[in-house]
Every structure is written in structure tokens, then in C-alpha cells.
Design a binder for this molecule. Sequence first.
Ligand SMILES: Cc1ncc(COP(=O)(O)O)c(C=O)c1O
Length: 269
Amino acid sequence: MYKINENYLKLPGSYLFSTIGKKVNAYSAAHPEKKIIRLGIGDVTQPLAPAIVKALHGAVEEMGREETFQGYAPDLGYAFLRETIAECDYRSRGCDIEADEIFISDGAKCDCGNIQEIFSMDNRIAVCDPVYPVYVDSNVMAGRTGTYDRRRETWSDVIYMPCTAENDFVPELPEKGKEPDLIYLCFPNNPTGSAITKAELQRWVDYANQVGAVILYDAAYEAYITEDNIPHSIFECQGAGSCAIEFRSFSKNAGFTGLRLGFTVIPKN
Ligand SMILES: Cc1ncc(COP(=O)(O)O)c(C=O)c1O
């Protein structure tokens, strides 16, 4: 007799954005004349760039010819892409990242959600508050978050790190005695839009190395950084190679939300 994973039943609602989508659909059906300003899931607004469209057409042509047809891609991604990312996104910024430390995937959301599976169940997670919902929801489904307080809308075993105007939307290090094992950081941040300076991020890297935590760093929005003192990658910080995993996406910089492409960087040391 099959049994449902009880942890799924603990989720207080469905995934936040699908709940918002349902509410918006119900409202527009009931009020077709109303104009709606959508503050739920964001999407890109521009079509694919001509160079991407040309490359996609070329790839389809390749797949249609016997001499150039390709079946399954290499499981960790095509070498040409991993090499290009290592060079253009990392080594050109002084980060010591090799192609074999880059894993091509179908998007940052999947990787941010799946990564927790490689960690033990008794790891304690810390998240910014407010936060992109995938980090907490995937840990709820795994059974790592304890019990849910409906009134406070918080989980008993999650360390919440408030990001408010008072701290300039950059979380403070957790209190002594409340050290997390997995720290989810996202900069530039969704939903606050705030960025973190290199000096501030270095404090987090030093802290993680000191307490033996792993920083799961979501840099999906790095392409929007224009200031010199804001790092595009956590690997711009000294010592990040021994405590950080970074998630990147082609959704925001190249309009790949529908195509699905991202990558995760896990340094060897
Ligand atoms: C912080 C953050 N990470 C990851 C994603 C998802 O990226 P992808 O489209 O590559 O799955 C989003 C999308 O909204 C996001 O806001």
C-alpha cells in the first residue's frame, strides 16, 4: 500500500506563486473589466536576442542531420559551455573556477530546490526573511523544518534572518549558539532588490568557514549589478571555495525563463 510523504502534507499552502496565480485568475474571471498590477511571479519582458535565435536555429538544423545529430547531452553539460562560463563569468573576474566545477542544469530554481538532498536531515537551515520561497519549501518537503506556526507563518527549526530597512536589507550573522549548517543567501535579492558589498559578503564567508557551514548562494540576478564594490559571484571572496555553492541562471540575463538553462558551481576544495 503506498504512503504519501508526510512532509508534503505539512506545506501550509501550495507553492506561493501558484497560489497567487490562482487568486489572480479567480479575480480576473470575476472582474474582467479591472486592470491588474501583478506583484507575484516576475517574467522577462524582451524576446530572445538575435544571436540566441540564430544559435537555436542552427542547433535544430544540426539535430535534423544524421552527421550532426546529438542524443543525450553529457550528464554535467556540454564542455564548450562549461569552459565559456568558467572563463567569462569567473576567471575574468579573478575567481579560480574550473570548467569541471560547473554543472549545467535546467535552471536555478531546480538546483536551489534539489541541492538540499545531498545534505543530512539534521542540518539546520538559515534563510533571509523575506525570502524566495523555494529554499524553505524544498526543506519542508524534505522534513528538515520542524513544525509550522500558522500565526507567525514560521517553521520551528528554521533560522530566520530579518532583512529590514534598519539593517539595509542585509542580514546580520546568526546569534552565538544558534549556528546554522546551511545558509541560503541571495544577492541581488528577490524580493527586496538589495545587493551586498564584497566586504559584507566576506564576513559571511569568514563566518561560514569558522562555524563549518555551507553558504548556498543564489546569484540569479548578478547581471543587474553595475557597482564595482558589489561582487557578481561569492567566489570573488577569499575562502569561498571551501564553504560556498553558487547558483546561476540564464533566465534573467538572457530571457531563458521558458527555455530553461542555468548552472551550479561547486568548487572541488
Ligand atoms: C532568486 C531567484 N532564484 C532563482 C530563480 C529561478 O531561476 P530559473 O528560471 O533559472 O529557475 C528566480 C526566479 O524568479 C529567483 O527569483
